[in-house]
Design a protein around this ligand. Structure first.
Ligand code: CDP
Ligand code: CDP
Length: 222
């Protein structure tokens, strides 16, 4: 495994995983897996067919969709059935649907191989909820990146406002708490630091300092 090391970065929503993981991958010249994007693409596919995952009949349709999801990653673009869904997967509805689908063990199992396909030379930085615990248990470095709920909600608000959209802090804070709860309390791959993860609270750390800390840890191990 040392000839193509994996760095796993897990943590709650809006902790900065995606931003930091992409920058670390860039610095090391590694591949980057945004595992949440795969859950979100499935969410968009499910929404397109107006399937409510709360009914067993619909779940029976959704589970095979997970294993054969026609998703492609082309640089910054995410394609579903060849169509660009890069913006559609970033909506709040897609995030909420993704977290509802993510509680179903058969759906998680169906998406496993697609995530492992990203493990290629010279190495991989993967971000999500269960990169270190389930998808890449042999990762050379496992980071659990977190920040207070208040700070994460503030960061999400700023992110939305920077896109020129309006953001309601209280609504975002409530959604974030609900997503944390669902992600933490599910039976399969619950959100929590694994035993061999280094926990990094970046509530008052700028992005470049978080990236530098992870790069130092990575250099000690690779
Ligand atoms: O991927 P995840 O949901 O964990 O978070 P993200 O989308 O990468 O980060 C959420 C926002 O927080 C982004 O706008 C980052 O630029 C910002 N951020 C920050 O201001 N300071 C940090 N130390 C980490 C992230
Ligand atoms: O950006 P944010 O952290 O809000 O979400 P994301 O990483 O894009 O993931 C969306 C949802 O997919 C999460 O709320 C999780 O429920 C689920 N997910 C998961 O269960 N396991 C992963 N490895 C990645 C995402």
């Amino acid at each position: 495994l040392l000839n193509k090391p994996v760095i796993a970065i897990d943590g709650p929503t809006a902790s900065g995983k995606g931003t930091v993981a992409a920058l670390v991958a860039d610095k090391l010249g590694y591949h980057y897996l945004d595992s949440g994007a795969i859950y979100r693409v499935l969410a968009v596919a499910v929404a397109q067919q107006a399937l409510d995952p709360d009914t067993p009949a619909n779940l029976a349709t959704i589970i095979p969709m997970a294993a054969s999801l026609p998703v492609q990653f082309q640089g910054e673009q995410v394609l579903l059935n060849g169509l660009d869904v890069s913006d559609a997967i970033r909506t709040e509805q897609a995030g909420v649907m993704a977290s509802r689908l993510a509680v179903v063990p058969e759906i998680r199992a169906g998406l496993l191989q697609r995530q492992r396909d990203f493990h290629q030379s010279p190495g991989l930085v993967a971000d999500g909820r269960d990169m270190g615990s389930v998808v890449f248990p042999d990762a050379v470095l496992k980071v659990f990146l977190t920040a207070s709920a208040q700070v994460r909600a503030e960061r999400r608000v700023r992110q939305i406002e920077n896109r020129g959209q309006q953001a309601d802090f209280q609504a975002i804070f409530n959604d974030l708490m609900a997503r944390d709860k669902r992600d933490s309390e599910r039976a399969v791959a619950p959100l929590k630091p694994c035993d061999d993860a280094l926990v990094l609270d970046c509530s008052s750390m700028p992005i470049d300092q978080v990236v530098a800390t992870i790069l130092n840890w990575a250099r000690e191990r690779i």
